[in-house]
Design a protein around this ligand. Sequence first.
Ligand code: NAD
Length: 946
Amino acid sequence: MDWSMKDHNFKVQLFRFVDAFPALTTPEMVHDHLVDYLTQPGVKAPPFMDLGLKAGGVAKGMMTKTISSQINNMAKNFIAGTDANDALPMLGKLWKNGIAFSVDLLGEACVSNAEADAYQAKYLDLVENLVGEASTWEQTERLESDHLGIVPRVNVSIKVTSLCANFNPIAPEASIADFMQRATPVLQAANANGVLINFDMEQHELKDLTLETFMHACESIDFEAGLAMQAYLKSGVDDAKRIANWAKKTEKVVTVRLVKGAYWDFETIHAEQEGWPCPVWNEKWQTDQCFEQMVEVFLDACPTKPGEGGIKLALGSHNVRSIAAALAGLDKRGLPRKAMELQMLHGMADQLKYAAEEMGLRVREYVPVGEMIPGMAYLVRRLLENTSNESWLKSGFLDKADTASLLADPTTQHKGTLPTDLYEIAPERHQLSPTNEHIGAGRPFYSEPLRDFADETQRNAFARQMSVTTVPSIANDHTVEQGLAMIESANNAFPAWRDFDPIKRAQILERIATMMTGRRDELSAIVCKEARKTWNEADADVCEAIDFCAYYARTAPELFTPKRLGKFIGELDELWYQPKGVAVVISPWNFPLAICCGMTVAALVTGNTVVLKPAEQTPGIAKVMFDIISDALDEFNAPTNVLHFCPAPGETTGAALVRDPRISLIAFTGSKAVGLDIIKAAGNTSEEQHMVKRVICEMGGKNAIIVDASADLDEAVLGVRYSAFGFQGQKCSACSRCIVVDPQGPEGPRMKLFLERLGESTKTLILGAPDDPNSDVSPVIDAEAATNINRFIESARAEGLTELVGSNDFDIPTGIDDLIAPHIFTGVTETSTIYTQEIFGPVLAVIHASDFNEAMRLANNHAYKLTGGVFTRKPAHINQSKSEFRVGNLYINRGCTGALVGRQPFGGFGMSGVGSKAGGPDYLYQFVDPRASAENTMRRGFAPEL
Ligand code: NAD
């Protein structure tokens, strides 16, 4: 540990290893991973480890043993036992020493109803059985009473997410109802046994919903209630006032455990990734200040006599300054010391605990119990905290900071200006595109942030739009003649558009982006209803369309500015690009706005005129987009007839459009069959044709995710589930093959555990209408698709595959057509139909691999090369995937869908397509022809530059 504080790189790798450790089932795996982590570039292992890392034989075995026992000891330091029974002797000892406890069940992320049921059973066990043993302990007045009366001896902390696998702010009422179903027996048992139940606070996304849930539970059931609240949230003081006012109003007495917060790094990282304002304070002193302000709110709300509603404060801090400020707050109000308790973590700050106990304060330890695997996330958080330079304990005990600075008012640490929130400077920080002073205020591109459905205002606005929006009814009735007439018109419009100012063309895209941003929720509602996308998916579709406009607006202008090559005196060499001509854009239904818009605006911004033929299933949203683009073109006085809208059947009108000799370019996204047909047709050149057609063609995928032996299963289960069943598996990037590594065979423990968790987790998905925010899985695109998918399901059964999850595992609501339940098949081989064919539906084939090399071979053994994923905690396997997993888009330790413009340029090769990546720096080159000139600028031996 000391070494980890000296060497940051070592600390990162050591903690990563600690995190992976419980998943490593043999001494060989432990050694292998340890060596891998500690020999990463830039890592300097401490001298005593160096030898073991290099050695083999006995030294190797010794080191593995030593490290394993050190990690186990570290875990024991912070985790009191594998379960409450195991921890009881320790809890009894604590009590004897004058310290109370609150037991916390450590657990893996709860990803299924089955796991939520198991948590419920464990909580019930705690509530019912701890009391029995604890009642034999000696009466300790200081620990069992406050200024209002009795304080329960047994405290149990629960996580709301552990009792509800679908705890999701997008659907608050359903989440609360689901939670209450399992929580009610626990809370009732707690009440019967005189146990205090404390609701823990988790990530910010769940904060408001947790507060709602807590208040709802208190109002519906009588129990001794506690709630954790976090001062690192910028909303801390408002949250405190909200709960304090509620308690006063409803005359409830609740305990609030005020903590600073344990997920600061996560919140900061997550907010930046989403492009959202950061919910936590940037600087530590701001958290400390907020903590003291929240203390004031809670102490003001402290009941002074029995019968009054209000807040009893439990101070969860190891910072002596924060504790002293709270004690002063008590004195100021004439409240006795027993009106507040101190809570500290098990395994930390023991000197402080006993000093406080000697002062007569009521001290309670937060005591985690649980198994090694779920314990690791907690352990790593504690290790990070103990080695953080911002930790008060580290400053006080290890760094020996002086007393004045340790006890200083937090505001005195405010020096200089405060750092800006990262989302405000995101475009400049990430430089995802070139800039142009005339486009987007000269700022680089940055992604349009998704809606934050945890935010009530955003959620309600979206719901309102959903309830009033209808899908325009557009017939796919354009005939071949009409289509060809559009090509003629587009061809005539081409010269004027080609010669139009490229900056203005880019500004038109910017304007389209702005118009779409202004109508975001309306567009999402249309996508939701027409393409049957759930809220999140529809929102992402619209954001991606906006991103394509904003990104291509910034990347197009420089193509048309001649770039000088070299600096030769007397010679001016230049390179630039020109538009190609008429483009036919043929789009699919599965990203009915994003892909349709991306291909169309790419063609337009590069000076091509366009005939757009949208998918037959989604002409409504395409028409709305066409109108928006047309309005933007008009605003900028663009030449007329630059863009044509041709809703029509693909086999007839679409086929004729791509065969017309007057077109120069085809931008197609869709199935392999149609894509190959178009490529073939484009290769037939007629006499009258003036150029060879370019085909940009994005086709299908049969994407695989590898779940390695060291994978974090919490992440892998959710990542595979979402990649396979998000939008009903109808994304070209969807995972339809899952390759699970288990060296112990297809019946091995890793395989079993993963399949059990994945299966149960999938069964908790909720099937329903797309505009119902509660739905995870809505109907597939149409009846024809449903029939096709069902045929694949039948083929899997006929081939004797095992149906791990199928229709019988779900409540399938009646009255909604084309709903297909997620299906998972195991026992799959490389020749199984569902393993080889693109299904484009919610069907996942799981196959076993004995080791990572075999997994890699299986993953690569397919003609489609679109996306791929790997869940692993072995650094060497991450590197191997990057070099050997040959797909267009590789995702490591995350799901394999959801590419973002500019950040993850998207597209495959092999049978997945020809062309460079959409939303990437070279996409637009496909829509133009390069030209170069060389000018001799020397006249009679004289050149201007010399
Ligand atoms: P599809 O091939 O059936 O239809 C795509 C478009 O082609 C539609 O507009 C359709 O009307 C048109 N079309 C059909 N026959 C035609 C013909 N003979 N000539 C010209 N046009 C014709 O595909 P789909 O069902 O709309 O979309 C699903 C497919 O798209 C999947 O295979 C999926 O993998 C693929 N896809 C790929 C990507 C990618 O980026 N690689 C993205 C989205 C979808």
